[in-house]
Design a protein around this ligand. Structure first.
Ligand SMILES: Nc1nc2c(ncn2[C@@H]2O[C@H](COP(=O)(O)OP(=O)(O)OP(=O)(O)O)[C@@H](O)[C@H]2O)c(=O)[nH]1
Ligand SMILES: [Mg+2]
Length: 465
């Protein structure tokens, strides 16, 4: 194998598999509360465009480290022979059942893997780890220790002192929350372990950074496509003369909403695929009854981090659009804003809600037939809200580690979307939404939307969310 291989080893239940999942970007790695989840070694290659950048080997935890070290010490001669003693240990016990887990975890190390030793910074350091660390030292392989604080970080300092005596590099690395930048930093540290890995890992870092940009672009494409589809969606139903049209409207409206929800859900799944999250249990309020104040309520907007002023600004946009063109807003904005502030938030909210999402028209057809037509929506705020929801989901999914198996609760993540959109970004979006609406299949506008969204995501990626 030419690419660097790292065996992730340690005590049972310390987050070894979680670290493998996070570093290999692989949510198929089995992670579990009960010690002994991993019983066999398994290699997880980290690939970008089918090229393996590095491989992580998940291993079972040490079970009888003290007894294994005793055996090794009995066969010890001089320090230069320590790796040979470990090899002899494997030969002597590989087919037996006394040191099954020790043999399993030491095999990839003796085949050339670097060692990543994982401990839990939330529990106190104790002597029982010394046999494990000593065995790893005897392997002679490059070694790094990772302190993965499961819960709290109370004992990190003591661990650092102890680990520093056995490992050339010691890092605190939270398997569940380590964001992309921390993972990159860790890879760079791997490079320090062994000279010959440095250039390969630097290339891996470069590839991952490029891949990150590509993922943002792919996600932006998915979102722009679904936004355009949602914005231009039109649904119609032909009715024979004797049918009561008023009775037909609710069904058409419901079908319209269902379709929007399907489009949104599909785009969420595709964005998750872009980031190799294939099994996310997502909890998200459905694109609600927009015209009944649900999604356009003051509360919804606030949830998306829009300030009171921004909210009022959007209210102005929305309100003016009812009476005329959006361009006319600029002049009248301050006056309207004054009225809205004077009228309190209730006024702004009602203005936001005033525009119906689903506008159903009735067209006359030959022979007394009628055509019920729903959409495309003309609601000004609709694409902004759809985008705000997509952006929040993207922020959460792009930072989610592959060790995280809990549900992804979108609304609960709202607080963490720290960066409000800049006015310029909001305006560019509005301009392109208008363009999209003006022409069916407006490819140019969609490309522009992709560009704006990727730029917003790039900026979001710099911010700790
Ligand atoms: N809160 C928190 N939980 C973690 C973290 N790392 C792992 N866990 C949890 O700890 C438990 C054990 O994690 P695993 O990754 O399966 O641990 P392991 O060392 O591979 O365990 P074995 O295979 O049983 O030896 C799981 O329930 C994880 O979700 C962490 O950084 N923070
Ligand atoms: Mg495991």
């Amino acid at each position: 194998m030419s690419e660097p291989v790292f065996a992730v080893v340690g005590h049972p239940n310390k987050g070894k598999s979680s670290i493998v999942a996070t570093l290999a970007h692989d949510d198929s790695v089995a992670v579990g509360r009960i010690p002994g989840t991993t019983t066999r070694c398994r290699a997880y290659p980290m690939k970008v465009d089918e090229e393996v950048l590095y491989t992580l080997v998940d291993t079972p935890g040490f079970q009888r480290a003290r007894a294994a070290l005793d055996w090794m010490q009995k066969h010890e001669t001089t320090a230069d022979k320590h790796p040979d003693v470990v090899r002899d240990f494997l030969k002597a016990h590989r087919s037996g059942n006394r040191f099954v887990d020790e043999c399993e975890l030491l095999t990839p190390v003796m085949e050339g893997a670097g060692v990543l030793y994982v401990v839990d910074g939330a529990v106190p350091y104790g002597r029982e780890y010394e046999a494990e660390m000593e065995i790893l030292r005897w392997t002679g392989q490059p070694r790094m220790a990772l302190i993965n604080p499961i819960g709290n970080a109370d004992h990190i300092a003591a661990w650092q002192v102890a680990l520093g005596q056995y490992f050339s590099v010691v890092r605190v690395f939270n398997a569940l929350t380590a964001d992309f930048h921390k993972r990159i930093e860790l890879l760079r540290a791997f490079g320090q372990l062994q000279g010959q890995w440095r250039s390969t890992l630097q290339r891996a870092v470069d590839n991952l950074l490029q891949n990150r940009t590509q993922c943002r672009l792919n996600a932006a494409r998915v979102i722009a496509r679904s936004l355009a589809d949602m914005l231009l969606f039109r649904l119609e139903k032909k009715l024979v003369p004797e049918v009561d049209m008023e009775q037909e409207k609710p069904a058409l409206e419901a079908a319209y909403r269902r379709h929007l929800q399907t489009l949104e859900r599909r785009s969420r799944n595709m964005v998750e695929d872009v980031y190799a999250h294939h099994k996310v249990d997502r909890i998200e309020q459905e694109l609600a009854l927009l015209d009944e104040g649900g999604l356009f309520s003051e509360e919804s907007w606030r949830l998306f981090g829009l300030s009171r002023m921004q909210l009022l600004g959007l209210g102005v946009l929305s309100g003016a659009a009812v009476g005329g063109t959006i361009d006319a807003v600029t002049g009248g904005a301050s006056m309207l804003l004054g009225t809205l502030i004077g009228g309190g938030m209730g006024a702004a909210t009602s203005l936001l809600a005033a525009e119906k999402l689903i506008d159903i028209r009735i067209l006359n057809m030959p022979l007394g037939h009628k055509l019920l037509v729903a959409g495309p929506t003309r609601n000004i705020n609709f694409p902004h809200m759809v985008f705000a929801r997509a952006r929040l989901h993207h922020a959460l999914i792009s930072k989610r580690t592959h060790a995280e198996r809990g549900e992804l609760n979108i609304e609960a993540g709202l607080k963490s979307l720290a960066r409000p959109l800049k006015d310029g970004e909001q305006k560019r979006l509005e301009r392109v939404f208008r363009q999209l609406r003006s022409e069916i299949e407006n490819v140019d506008a969609e490309e522009q939307l992709v560009e704006i969204i990727s730029e917003i995501f790039a900026e979001d990626d710099q911010v700790e969310v």
